[in-house]
Design a binder for this molecule. Structure first.
Ligand SMILES: [Fe+2]
Length: 300
């Protein structure tokens, strides 16, 4: 199907000024902002759009209050976009916007869209770490990192909760109709999925532990643990609230720090996620392994 990444998230919010300030602090690039909404972007050019909750152009919400109104997926070509459109039009209304993007709803009633991706390739050096006899940085110092703002590279994944009875049809829609792969399937939690062109452990996680359909969180990749800590510290200094302490997940292995997001749900900085391709064998679990949240009151 040629789906490579999350291309855009569109939110309906009740306090545009507050959301704009939050996303500025989060480190995203502000493309435009005003009374009726704002557009921010990651370094790899995925957009985070906020609009007024009553904006008539927004797709229908799956829950009350500020939340994500549409998850837009980036595909590799116009040909792939047409294949997706033809597939989904078999059993639902698919509308085409003037820019050629396609829009509909998934099996849970979540607004979804598709457009040809517009990737900005970032020139970046690999993380370098001196450890014991492994010394890639001999006779070199590092720059003064405390003054560097955390700038998220990409939207890595999006997570929704929903009631368990919808698990099969909700997940099958993505795996059978859109080519997603399940990396970890947990009977009493949910299904971690990667889109076809991605090696990230998950770009899309459907957690069937909810009593209703609700947006859970969006996660932004940063370079390393230091960038997570510096970004989180910057947010805390501006009185934004931590929702889950820093730690390392077991499924996905990503380092993380979560905040409450005024746009809806939570928002996560993450780094060092497991990467796998189509050769990975799906793992099946009854219960999820325990998540390692560090006791980090000093910084949270
Ligand atoms: Fe996450």
């Amino acid at each position: 199907m040629g789906i490579n990444r999350v291309e855009s998230l569109v939110y309906g919010v009740d306090d545009i000024e507050k959301c704009t300030r939050f996303l500025d602090d989060w480190g995203l690039e502000k493309r435009d902002s005003g009374k009726s909404g704002a557009t921010f972007a990651t370094l790899e050019n995925q957009t985070f759009i906020v609009k007024d909750i009553n904006d008539a152009s927004l797709p229908q919400p799956c829950e009350d209050g500020p939340t994500v109104r549409e998850v837009v997926w980036g595909v590799d070509s116009q040909a792939s976009l047409e294949v997706i459109g033809a597939e989904l039009a078999k059993d639902r209304d698919v509308t085409e916007a003037v820019d050629g993007s396609l829009h509909c709803y998934d099996e849970l009633g979540i607004g979804i869209g598709f457009q040809v991706e517009d990737v900005v390739e970032i020139e970046e050096e690999a993380p370098v770490l001196n450890f014991n006899r492994f010394v890639p940085r001999l006779n070199e110092t590092i720059e003064k990192t405390q003054e560097i703002r955390t700038r998220p590279y990409r939207i890595g994944h999006v997570v929704y909760n929903f009631p368990k009875e919808f698990r099969e049809k909700a997940v099958n829609f993505y795996t059978e109709r859109l080519g997603f792969r399940i990396t970890d399937a947990v009977t009493n939690m949910g299904d971690f999925m990667q889109c076809e062109g991605s090696t990230y452990h998950h770009n899309w996680f459907l957690s069937h532990r909810g009593n209703r359909v609700m947006f859970n969180h969006v996660a932004f990749e940063v370079k390393d643990l230091e960038q997570i800590i510096l970004g989180g510290k910057y947010m805390r200094e501006r009185d934004w609230d931590t929702s889950r302490n820093p730690g390392r997940h077991n499924l996905g292995s990503n380092l993380h720090w979560y905040f409450k997001c005024p746009c809806g749900g939570e928002i996560e900085y993450f780094s060092d996620m497991d990467r796998m391709d189509e050769n990975w064998q799906t793992r099946y679990w009854d219960e999820p392994p325990v998540i390692n949240f560090w006791k980090a009151d000093v910084i949270s």
